[in-house]
Every structure is written in structure tokens, then in C-alpha cells.
Design a protein around this ligand. Structure first.
Ligand SMILES: *Cc1c(COP(=O)(O)O)cnc(C)c1O
Length: 421
């Protein structure tokens, strides 16, 4: 459920007409709903309420300061994957003890920054990384709390580009070697083992792969405890999928996921951490765009819009589907159009949808890409010298620009001309 609904014939974001935002901000832009962000965070928080837990929002999904503040105010921790995200989380007021540091290539500098600034735990992805964390901690006279990310070798049954829990993926250490690696970690004086980490992929639409992975984590917890390690925390990653279409079977709900966590891991008495990104932000954001032209091709009609692959890359990168709706609610019974919906970028890949059946549009109409809140704005680029588009946050009947569109001069002036030119 989200808060982008038609009311009196027009699409609203909470209590604000989307067309009114467009008139003030200009298109294209991202628009997020505070109420949806809040609702989704609380669904997870409630789903785990029977266990000690912390929901660490995976901020790579959408990392605007205003979004982080909205979630942090509800008690969210953050899952960060770079020094930049760590700085963003800190800037939004999230204390170090609520930040976990994931990611497969943490640099020495990042490790130094994070250790100095305070961190809940490092989710260690390899033995060489573990050695560097240990070294930096010893240099600083600190002890780094760690979990080790294990790769459980399960098939997450998701798009290949976002599956992370198979043996062939670059993430974590093979679960078969976990006891050996934990034994090694226990000998390093700069590290303190606090738990186990696992994250098998994104946009999972079934619970079964989670169940397989969590059962393996339960067995591993017992084996590691028998080896003398203190395992008090289980970080279960993110990955629960969202409905990108209204027609498809809905993925499992957070409450069902929470019950699975309780069933597979509840008896261990560990503190549970989860790192949802997409399910919190995905359906809390839309991308609003304007139709520039409708062009008749040989055998199809093209809807050329002012958003492009540089603003929302998911269709080009993952063959992702986004529902696309008119901002003015179409009259019932209108004969449908059929469009290839494309952006202005000079790439054939700049295609949002092919042969999409939707109510007819004319140049100047506003459309909205639904489910664009996660992995949307954060993946944007300035390809074709298109400015990064604004982000807007709605709260009830108010809205605010939370990142403005840069001017072309600002973009150009980031370049510097060498002396010899
Ligand atoms: C990307 C990522 C997440 C979030 O995944 P979602 O599918 O957005 O929930 C969580 N943990 C780690 C380590 C990740 O890399």
C-alpha cells in the first residue's frame, strides 16, 4: 500500500496534487511520501517485535538526507556500503552505534573513518578485508565489532544482477569455510566477533530462499557457539521484494517474513538485524515526467517523455517493469493506447516500456512511474549533460524540494580547465 492515489480525478501524493508539485518544481522529478516510508518501516519493526531487533535501512536504495531523517526519527538504524553513505548517515544524525557497514570492498581509509566515528559493526566480506580492519583497529587502539558475511549458496530466484547468495557471487565467504574463518578472526586482537551476517539478494518474491539461508545460519550459530564464539547478533540482510505491478502475485508481507525469522532463528536468543532497502523506499516514491511528443513510427507509437535512462536506469539495467500512470485520472471506458515509452537519450536502451497499454496521452500530459523510490534517484547520472532531477518529499498537505535541480552553470563549473589550454 502506498499514498499515491487518485482523488477527484487527479493523482495525489498524500494530500498534495502531483500536478501542483510539477507546476512549481518542473519535470522530471522524484516525489516521495513520508507516510509510505513510515508505514513500511513500521511494518518491519512490528514484524520483529517479538525479538530484540534493529531495522537498519539499506540506504543505498534512496539516501537523501530528508529520507534518512524521516526514518532515523522512527528509530531506524542504517546499513551503509561506503564511506560516503556513512557520512550521509552521520550528517542525518544517526549515531554510530546504529550504523552497520556492509560492502565487498571497504578501503583502509573508509575503515579508519568509520572506526574513529563509531560503528555498530563491520559486516566482513573476506579474509583480506578482515586483516585490514584488524590492522587499522590496532593502530587506533580500538576494537572493531564484526560479523562475517557468509554466502549460504542458495538460489534467491531473482534477477541475476541482484542475486548475491550463490557460490558464484562475489559476496561473503563460503559458509563451508565459516568455522575456519571465525577461528582465525578470534585470534586477531583488533576484532571482536559479535555475530553472523547473510544477505542473499534483492527483490525476492518468495520466502523459501530466506528459509533455506536462515536454517543454515541457525546451524552455523550453534556450530560457532560450540567452537567457543560468542554469537549474539544475526544480521539477516534485506531483499524482500515489492509488487512492481498491480496485477502480479504479491510478494510475501513483512509480517510473514518476521514469522519466518522467529520460526527459524527465534530459539537462538540473538538480537536480530535486518537491512531492508527496496521494501521501505520502493513504493514510497514516484518519478513524474512530461510527455514531450507522441510520434507515429512505422508499426508503433512512441511516447517520448522528458525523463530518461539517466534518471531511472532500472528498465535499461535490469529489464525492470514500472507501472506508468497518467497524472490526470483517465475517464472510465476510454479506448486504450499502446506505446513504446522512451526518453530523449541517444541510446536504444533508453526505453522504459514496450507496447505498454495505457490511456491515450498527448504532448504536455504528465505521467508517473510508480515504484520508483528505491534504486531510482541514487542511480541517476548526468549522461547527455542532463541535470540530476529534483527530489521532493511530501508530508500530508505539505511538500518540500529536498534536492534541487542544479543549474547548467553549476554542472559546467565543476570541470576545470588545465593551465595549458
Ligand atoms: C542492497 C543491500 C541490502 C538491501 O537490499 P533490498 O533488496 O533493497 O532490501 C541490504 N543489505 C546489503 C548488504 C545490501 O547490499
Amino acid at each position: 500500500m502506498d499514498h499515491f492515489l487518485y482523488r477527484d480525478g487527479a493523482l495525489f501524493a498524500e494530500d498534495v496534487p502531483v500536478a501542483e508539485i510539477a507546476a512549481q518544481v518542473g519535470t522530471p522529478f522524484y516525489c516521495y511520501s513520508s507516510a509510505t516510508l513510515t508505514r513500511h518501516f513500521k511494518l518491519f519493526d512490528d514484524a520483529l517485535s517479538g525479538m530484540p531487533h534493529l531495522v537498519c535501512y539499506a540506504m543505498k536504495a534512496a539516501s537523501n538526507q530528508a529520507i534518512l531523517k524521516t526514518l532515523a526519527a522512527l528509530g531506524a538504524g542504517m546499513d551503509v556500503v561506503s564511506g560516503g553513505e556513512y557520512a550521509r548517515a552521520k550528517a542525518a544524525g544517526v549515531p554510530g552505534e546504529r550504523i552497520v557497514f556492509s560492502g565487498v570492498g571497504k578501503t583502509r581509509d573508509e575503515i579508519h573513518t568509520v572506526l574513529t566515528g563509531g560503528i555498530r559493526q563491520f559486516n566482513v566480506e573476506s579474509e583480506p578485508e578482515m586483516a585490514v580492519i584488524n590492522e587499522v583497529a590496532l593502530e587506533l587502539g580500538l576494537v572493531a565489532p564484526i560479523t562475517i558475511r557468509v554466502n549460504p549458496d542458495v538460489d534467491a530466484k531473482t534477477h541475476a544482477k541482484i542475486a548475491t547468495g550463490k557460490a558464484e557471487n562475489k559476496f561473503g565467504i563460503p559458509i563451508s569455510r565459516a568455522r575456519e574463518v571465525y577461528a582465525h578472526a578470534a585470534r586477531l586482537k583488533g576484532l571482536k566477533i559479535v555475530g553472523i551476517d547473510v544477505h542473499i539478494g534483492s527483490q525476492l518474491t518468495q520466502l523459501e530462499p530466506f528459509e533455506q539461508a536462515y536454517r543454515k545460519v541457525a546451524d552455523l550459530t550453534e556450530a560457532l557457539r560450540a567452537d567457543g564464539h560468542e554469537i549474539t547478533r544475526l544480521d539477516l540482510g534485506g531483499g524482500l521484494g515489492i509488487p512492481y505491478t498491480r496485477s502480479n502475485d504479491a510478494p510475501p508481507l513483512p509480517v510473514e517474513y518476521g514469522a519466518l525469522v522467529q520460526k527459524t532463528l527465534g530459539h537462538l536468543g540473538c538480537e536480530i538485524e535486518i537491512e531492508p532497502g527496496r521494501l521501505i523506499a520502493g513504493n514510497a516514491g514516484i518519478l513524474v515526467s512530461k510527455v514531450i511528443y507522441v510520434k507515429q513510427g512505422e508499426d508503433r507509437e512512441f511516447m517520448i517523455v522528458d525523463a530518461a535512462m539517466n534518471d531511472l536506469i532500472r528498465p535499461a539495467m535490469y529489464e525492470a517493469h514500472h507501472d506508468i500512470v497518467s497524472v490526470i485520472e483517465p475517464e472510465a471506458g476510454l479506448e486504450q493506447g499502446r506505446y513504446d515509452i522512451v526518453g530523449p537519450v541517444c541510446e536504444t536502451g533508453d526505453t522504459f516500456a514496450k507496447e505498454r497499454v495505457m490511456p491515450p496521452v498527448v504532448a504536455g500530459d504528465l505521467i508517473a512511474f510508480r515504484s520508483a523510490g528505491a534504486y531510482g534517484a541514487v542511480m541517476a547520472s548526468e549522461y547527455n549533460s542532463r541535470p540530476l532531477i529534483p527530489e521532493v518529499l511530501v508530508h500530508e498537505d505539505q511538500f518540500a524540494v529536498i534536492r534541487r535541480r542544479p543549474t547548467l552553470d553549476e554542472m559546467i563549473n565543476r570541470d576545470t580547465i588545465p593551465e595549458w589550454l
